[in-house]
Structures are given as structure tokens and as C-alpha cells.
Write a protein that binds this ligand. Structure first.
Ligand code: NDP
Ligand code: KPL
Length: 347
């Protein structure tokens, strides 16, 4: 790696912008970002961030690319780290196509996404590259394009970085890159036991992301409803049972800790609830799909998780169907005249 470190954040939303902002504090780092809906705003004014963990600041990326056009616009760049903080939902082909134009043999890929096995599509597409995984322990959201807020943390370091696979041809190189990345911010840390940390996070996401998305309530609002904490606890317990049957060692108090962590932190609006509110596709497969599949594999009953997954999929189908209803630009004036401007906007 040269003395300058080139980083590309793929998915410049809440998590990606915070991660990129922290890396950009190092004068030897050059941090660029790939954006989608917020591209124009970030390209013109960058990000403004307000965080509980690091205070407030702004982040002007070195370069800002538009998702789908990275290959064409960045042909001269060579990145040391590419951080994937896009959502793990829907068709990942356009993302992998974008990445295939810029990943070099020396590029380290870093996933910063929720769920289990989110590294698998990257491993398939880039079989010889080093892949690192990041567990994100913060609650954050992009409240307006380019305006990001982090209000909650889960009492650990914000970003835990580990090496997910033991089949990597050069594990020492992977560990060096993990350590180099983890040393870039005081709220970043290296972890050795990735599986355990992933399961802890999966249990939290299973219990809270489902119940908040389905009810439309944040963690504290939900806890005030009668019966809600039992439901959240039941989900955490089922996910915990799957983890134990899969050979993961966790504290038996973990399901109760899942409730306590949310009760004692600031109110959290989990990313799945944010997606539901913003009518965006939700990340269901890497959290609930994985758990249901793994439960069947290890012979554990997960009735509540199965029900939640089913309800969330129905909700997601409605969100996706709504998204795909788009009036072609050239027909817009005629359709507006027929239906009235407000009805078009409401859709
Ligand atoms: N928010 C949180 O508190 C936490 C989030 N996470 C995880 O971090 C990851 C990122 O979440 P978060 O930052 O909240 O999400 P955001 O929606 O804020 O940001 C995601 C970014 O990626 C872009 N994007 C999404 N899908 C694609 C795609 N298929 N191709 C190209 N760009 C894409 C989005 O564009 P567009 O704006 O157009 O949708 C947006 O710029 C998720 O896996 C989430 O589960 C983990 C812990 C906490
Ligand atoms: C831990 C939590 C709930 C923090 O926001 C999260 O991972 C998410 O939002 O998906």
C-alpha cells in the first residue's frame, strides 16, 4: 500500500457517510463516495453530520460518483479499501457490475452491512481479494440528503472489524489490513471472533428491526406498549436458540440483554423501520431469511421469527410494487391532467 490510502465508500447513506467521514480525518486517506438518490446534494455540498459518538462535522469526499456510473468515471483510480455500505436488498447485480470495474487484486473489500453471509456475493465475484467484515453498533439515519444524524450507540465501539473467512489465501495480509483499518479511528476496533459478534448483532436486529418495522414505532415507543417486551424477548430467544444449536457460544442472558440494551440507550429507529417509513425495499433475507433457513438446518423451532418474516415480506412486496409504479416522464402531463397532480404525487 502506498503512503496515501485510497478509500471508496459504496453507498453514501447514513453508515457509509459516517464511516467515510471518520476515515477522512486521517490526512493520509483520500475518501471518495458512491451515492444514488443523494448524488446531486453530496456532489455539491458534501455531508453535514451530527453524531453522539464523535460530535458534529462535515465531510467533503474527494470524489463523488453516481451508482451505476462508477466504472466509467473512475477508470484511473486504484482503491486500497472499498467499503460496501449499500443495502443488502433487491438485485445486487448492478452493484457488482459497478465494483467489477474498480476492484484490483490489491483492493480490500469491507462489508458494513447487517445480517449474515453478506460477504458471500463479494467472495463469489472477487474470489481472491481480501474481504473484511464490519459490525456497526450505531443507530443513525440520513434525515435529509447529505444530512446525517447518529443518536444511539449500543455501548460497544461503533465499528467492529474482523476477517470473516478462514479460507483466505493470505490470512496474515488480511489481518494486517484489518488492523490498519481499525487503527484509523478510536471508535473502530479489531475483533477476532467474527461469528460471535455477527450473531449478537443478528439477535438484536431480529428482535428489534422486525417489531419496530411492523408497528411503525421506535424502540422506546414500542417498549411502552403492553406485551411488546415479551414479544421482542421471544424473538431474541428464538434467534439465540438457533445460534446455540449452530455451535456459537453466547451468554444465556443475551436475549434479556437485547431488551436492556435498547431500553438503556437513546431511542433507536432501526434501519428496517427507516426503510418502511421511506417506502424503500427492506433488508430481510440476510436477517430473517438466514435465521429461518439456519433454524431448519439445525432443527430449532422459530414460530415467531417465521411469522415476522412472513409479515415483513408481505409488507416489502407492497413497498416494492409501489416503487415500480412510475409514470414515464413524457406521459406525466397527460396523466396529471387525468388524475390530478396530488394523486400522482401521493403514489
Ligand atoms: N442505519 C443504521 O443505524 C444502521 C445500519 N446498518 C446497516 O448498514 C447498511 C447501510 O444502511 P444505512 O446507511 O442505514 O442505509 P441508507 O439507506 O442510509 O444508505 C444506503 C446507501 O446505499 C445506497 N444504496 C442502497 N442500495 C443500493 C444499491 N443496490 N446500489 C447502489 N446504491 C445503493 C443508498 O442509495 P439510495 O439513497 O438511493 O437508497 C444509500 O446511499 C445496511 O446494511 C444496514 O442494515 C447497520 C447498523 C446500523
Ligand atoms: C442496531 C441497529 C438497530 C442500530 O440502529 C441496527 O443495526 C439497524 O438500525 O439496523
Amino acid at each position: 500500500m502506498s503512503s496515501k490510502c485510497n478509500v471508496l465508500i459504496y453507498g453514501g447513506g447514513a453508515v457509509g457517510s459516517i464511516f467515510g467521514w471518520r476515515l477522512a480525518q486521517q490526512s493520509t486517506n483520500r475518501v471518495s463516495v458512491v451515492c444514488r438518490s443523494n448524488f446531486e446534494r453530496v456532489r455539491s455540498t458534501g455531508y453535514a453530520l451530527k453524531t453522539a459518538a464523535w460530535g458534529s462535522g462535515c465531510f467533503i469526499p474527494d470524489q463523488v460518483f453516481k451508482a451505476g456510473h462508477v466504472r466509467r468515471s473512475s477508470h484511473l483510480q486504484s482503491y486500497d479499501y472499498v467499503v460496501c455500505s449499500n443495502k443488502f436488498a433487491g438485485d445486487l447485480t448492478p452493484t457488482l457490475r459497478d465494483l467489477s470495474g474498480i476492484i484490483r487484486p490489491t483492493t480490500t473489500l469491507v462489508t458494513a452491512q447487517n445480517g449474515m453471509d453478506v460477504e458471500v456475493p463479494l467472495r463469489r465475484a472477487f474470489p481472491t481479494n481480501t474481504i473484511l467484515t464490519t459490525i456497526c453498533n450505531i443507530g443513525c439515519s440520513q434525515i435529509l440528503p447529505g444530512l446525517v444524524e447518529q443518536t444511539a450507540d449500543l455501548k460497544r465501539k461503533a465499528f467492529l472489524i474482523g476477517v470473516p473467512y478462514h479460507d483466505n489465501s493470505d490470512r496474515n495480509a488480511a489481518l494486517r489490513r484489518r488492523n490498519a483499518l481499525a487503527a484509523m479511528d478510536s471508535e473502530f476496533d479489531s475483533i477476532d471472533c467474527v461469528a460471535e459478534a455477527r450473531w449478537r448483532k443478528l439477535i438484536f436486529n431480529c428482535a428489534w428491526n422486525s417489531t419496530t418495522a411492523l408497528t411503525g414505532l421506535n424502540t422506546h415507543e414500542l417498549l411502552r406498549r403492553s406485551g411488546a417486551s415479551q414479544m421482542v424477548l421471544q424473538l431474541a430467544q428464538e434467534a439465540y436458540n438457533v445460534a446455540i444449536a449452530s455451535g456459537i457460544q453466547l451468554d444465556p442472558q443475551m436475549p434479556h440483554e437485547t431488551i436492556k440494551a435498547a431500553a438503556t440507550s437513546a431511542p433507536i429507529t432501526p434501519s428496517t423501520l427507516q426503510d418502511a417509513r421511506n417506502k424503500r425495499p427492506m433488508e430481510l433475507t440476510p436477517i430473517f431469511g438466514y435465521l429461518v433457513m439456519q433454524a431448519a438446518k439445525v432443527g430449532v423451532q422459530v414460530p415467531c421469527i417465521t411469522l415476522m418474516y412472513d409479515l415483513l415480506r408481505q409488507m416489502n412486496d407492497a413497498l416494492v410494487a409501489r416503487q415500480s409504479w412510475q409514470v414515464p416522464d413524457m406521459l406525466l402531463p397527460a396523466v396529471e391532467q387525468l388524475l390530478g397532480r396530488e394523486q400522482i404525487r401521493e403514489r
